[in-house]
Ligand binder design. Sequence first.
Ligand code: SIN
Ligand code: FE2
Length: 209
Amino acid sequence: MVILPRGVRHMPGHLPPELQRELVEAIRGVVRRAPLYVPTMPKTGKEMSVRMTNCGTLGWVTDKDGGYRYQPVHPMTNEPWPPIPALLLSLWREVAAYPHLPEACLVNFYEADARMGQHQDRDEADFSAPVVSVSLGDDCLFRIGGTRRRDPSVSVRLTSGDVVVLGGESRLAFHGVDRIYPSTSALLKQGGRINLTLRRVSAPPILAL
Ligand code: SIN
Ligand code: FE2
């Protein structure tokens, strides 16, 4: 048991196996329409080790010239992203405690040697909405710290079906994936790990009374 930073909610096994299988099928459908591609880092153009795609009205992308951003179309096909599967919208309603739906779902695919360096999710306009993350497939070692890069961090092993909510004080916490534990799940036939992160990107409409 580790003590997680304030505002982080880790819900182990929140999605039962049947829903995990249903979600994998839905993500296969997303990837057929919006193929996984190799994202590159701003300025250096260095390739990331994960493969990415998105669903939703907006998707998070990065490349050498354009940097980190959200856009309504896939960077390779120029087609709109497919919609966010209903199951994920239900999960958001259940756990986000936020009155508007997510606009983006980033799909990260990790092979055995992929990782994700420590970073903040800060390209969104409304930090009062949490980031909701779902793990599918092989386990990983997830590490999360504070809002400054030098803050101490804790490591937690995430397993298929786990949901993590980064909200409140942890919304801008540095986090990343230090390693994948290959062959720890039979959910994905070819192995690997899928992480889905649901995000509200735009500030919600201001309602006049
Ligand atoms: C991310 O921060 O974009 C991914 C986190 C994860 O893979 O669990
Ligand atoms: Fe992130």
